[in-house]
Write a protein that binds this ligand. Structure first.
Ligand code: ADP
Ligand code: MG
Length: 717
């Protein structure tokens, strides 16, 4: 008898052939691969003429502009280095508004006209590229007949070499702007926001007597969740291939979850794939640090050591790319969708965020002197104030079709933005608010008199895993990002809103200090006011409960459930004023993002709806009909009737979805209206097709059901 599902057996038969990487002797310096494919500062020091290296470092430190002679020298060294490593092409690597990365490859080699070719790559090619921008979304910033876009070298994010079995490409991180100078990417606003925050923070630090720091960097470390599934199941599921998630699939039998629990041991094939991924990332200078199983079966997490926001965001894009590439070497597919399997925990990304000075101080580290603590409380209060004031914008910065299955649905964190401070810190702020703060005495925390508090524990047991925005000892963890998302926009938003809050508090502090008060006396009323005004954003309980939703509503906190509810906050009056004050995004640039994101939402849902209708009609309905014939032949009238009812309902659902899709193709005046139509008409229509299909899956003969089932995809490894 033939096997019913031979792919299950094949999927389980993994051997490390071909993909084996072996175990290099790490005591040998030649085997240390970290940064081997990066044009790092160390490589630059070694390869650039001394004075060029010094000038480049100076320019980078001060954020000045580069002159072309410098660029020529750097280009020459970069080219020689890349050619030695087998690179034949170079590319300006950038982040268009689609959220992924884009590249156009140019050969180093140009024909000389004498039948030979010469490697060419000058400062001009390094500094600027001119890709045809017409195929990247711009939200109306540039009509397609003016399809000129410019990429500009970002010397603060190191160039790297991407290897391929058949060659290598020098990748140069770049910014992408329209010919009118507007940002068409995610990098430019991120860089601008880092500048804005640095200015505000340095200004505040001066008030605290810090004269040494010249720049403040925001830092980011992302914990990335993902699924790895066998590629055979993936390629048999048209929905996974085209939409990244399963549009059908009945829940597997209960109890299976226990099979592969959180922090459990990692299966051999998965670990082999992870090790290889980490090795590749290591070559690219991405400092990967931790890996473990996540809650759902076949779900894992990878996290790097934090870096400055710009490099960290670039590295995060690279991480996602490398994870997907390497998985294929192991017969696996890496799923980055926020909700690949309904009813199974989805994937998010935790964005750990802090601010640090160029002299090495983390501004969100409580520190162990009263002075350090005061400074810490100031910056901490600024974050609270910023998050409270701009809840809607933060929520908008993580909005997408995939995210709507998590935020505001039945999965954490909720769409309501709130902050978890931890009980010690909450007590400190509470005491300040009530005016219980006394003079500094030795041994007391912050001179708060009573209660005498111990230093804040860095990794205390006091954690709250349900909070969307949690203080975790020396950083805040924004936990509401989607797994496939670029870090750039949420961090751009964080940096900008916090810059504004720091300035607001620094204005007040300047005034108080101007009246001759000492730092502690000056700061106390400011913290008191700010905390009292913004403590509504603080919540320490379980964010998943209906009680919290009711409480949040009483407090007047925003609960923006779906993408079309959230995105308008990108272009609200407050956001426009904030972003133009800090020169991070102009009104036009904000509107272009708003439109691009809405369009992406509509397009993704449209593709999902069409895929669902097509699978339902051409794969699932025929299977149900075949099963009916079997039942008829076997003369099982009761089962036949039961199935016929299901089929009738299924056919009706399919027709409703198809007509919702047809109506969707009618022109909509406004892209927001269109998005709301998708939310209100198309999504429910898809859901009811799915509901019927999932019921059919449970009754139709297994050997004629055309899609691999959850119990196979999630548990065979
Ligand atoms: P958990 O799972 O408990 O949240 P992990 O150890 O998995 O913690 O991840 C912590 C993340 O926080 C890492 O990516 C780490 O680099 C990052 N991180 C630590 N300190 C900072 C900081 N100062 N700024 C930004 N990110 C940080
Ligand atoms: Mg975390």
């Amino acid at each position: 008898m033939p096997r019913i599902r031979p792919q299950n057996v094949l999927a389980a038969q993994w051997t490390p052939n071909g993909g084996a990487i072996g175990a290099p002797d790490l005591t040998s310096p030649d085997n240390q691969v970290f940064g081997a494919n990066v044009f790092s500062t160390a490589v630059q020091r070694q390869r650039l003429p001394k004075d060029i290296f010094r000038r480049l470092q100076q320019t980078l430190a001060h954020g000045g502009s580069l002159d072309i002679s410098l660029a020529d020298a750097v280009a020459q060294a970069m080219k020689a280095w890349a050619l030695e490593r087998g690179a034949t092409h170079y590319t300006h690597w950038f982040q268009p508004l689609t959220g992924s990365t884009a590249e156009k490859h140019d050969s180093f080699w140009a024909p000389t006209g004498e039948g030979t070719a010469l490697a060419e790559f000058s400062g001009k090619e390094l500094i600027q590229g001119e890709p045809d921008a017409s195929s990247f979304p711009t939200g109306g910033i540039r009509a397609t007949f003016e399809a000129r876009g410019y990429t500009a070298w970002d010397p603060t994010s190191p160039a790297f070499i991407l290897e391929n079995p058949n060659g290598a490409v020098l990748s140069i991180p770049t910014a992408f702007a329209s010919w009118t100078g507007e940002a068409l990417d995610h990098k430019i606003p991120l860089l601008r926001s880092m500048d804005a925050l640095s200015k505000s923070a340095i200004r505040a630090l001066r008030l605290f007597g810090d004269k040494a720091s010249a720049r403040v960097f925001t830092t980011v470390g992302a914990e990335q969740e993902y699924f790895l599934i066998d590629e055979q199941f993936y390629f048999e599921r048209f929905d996974l291939v085209t939409t990244g998630r399963t549009l059908f699939g009945a829940k597997p039998p209960k109890g299976h979850e226990l099979d592969d629990h959180y922090f459990g041991s990692i299966p051999e094939r998965i670990l082999a794939c992870m090790l290889d991924t980490e090795r590749e990332l290591s070559k690219l200078g991405v400092p990967v640090k931790t890996r473990h199983n996540e809650v759902a079966p076949n779900q894992y997490e990878i996290a790097p050591v934090f870096e400055n926001s710009n490099v960290g965001s670039d590295h995060q894009q690279l991480t996602m790319q490398v994870m997907q590439n390497v998985a294929r070497r192991y017969g696996l597919v890496c799923l980055l969708h926020e909700k690949p399997f309904a009813g199974v925990n989805g994937s998010g990304k935790h964005n750990n965020w802090s601010m640090g000075t160029d002299t090495g101080n983390n501004l969100l580290d409580p520190g162990d002197t009263p002075h350090d603590n005061l400074q810490f409380l100031f910056f901490c209060a600024a974050v609270l104030q910023a998050v409270d004031k701009h809840q809607g914008l933060l929520r908008a910065s993580v909005a997408s079709a995939g995210q709507d299955h998590r935020l505001g649905a039945n999965e954490a964190p909720p769409a309501i933005i709130s902050v978890f401070l931890g009980s010690e810190l909450e007590r400190v702020f509470g005491a300040i608010e009530r005016g219980e703060a006394g003079e500094t005495t030795p041994g007391s925390f912050l001179g708060l008199g009573t209660p005498v508090l111990p230093p804040l524990p860095l990794h205390g047991g006091d954690r709250n895993r349900t909070s969307p925005f949690a203080f975790t000892g020396n950083k805040f963890e924004f936990r509401a990002l989607g797994s496939s998302q670029s870090l750039s926009l949420p961090n751009t938003v964080l940096n900008t809103i916090v810059a504004e809050a720091i300035d607001a508090l620094a204005d007040e502090l300047e005034k108080e200090l101007g009246q001759g008060k000492d730092l502690e006396a000056a700061l106390r009323p400011i913290l008191q006011r700010s905390y009292a005004a913004h403590k509504q954003i603080i919540f320490a309980g379980d964010n998943y409960t209906p009680e919290w939703h009711a409480e949040a509503e009483r407090r007047g906190l925003l609960n923006l459930r779906a993408t079309p509810d959230a995105l308008p906050y990108l272009v609200s009056e407050e956001t426009v004023a904030l972003f133009s004050n800090y020169s991070v995004l102009s009104e036009r640039e904000l509107h272009s993002r708003y439109e691009v994101f809405l369009e992406q939402y509509v397009t993704k849902l449209n593709i999902e709806a069409e895929t669902a209708a097509s699978i339902a009609r051409t794969m699932l309905l025929p299977a149900a009909v075949r099963h009916r014939a079997l039942l008829l032949e076997a003369q099982l009238p009761e089962l036949t009737r039961e199935l016929e009812d299901l089929i009738t309902s299924f056919v009706e659902s399919i027709k409703r979805l198809e007509s919702a899709n047809l109506a969707d193709n009618q022109p909509h005046d406004d892209v927001l209206d269109h998005a709301m139509y998708m939310r209100d008409a198309v999504i429910p229509a898809m859901a009811s097709v799915r509901e019927d299909a999932d019921r059919l899956e449970k009754v139709v003969a297994d050997d004629i059901w055309p899609l691999p089932k959850y119990s196979e995809i999630l548990f065979i490894k």
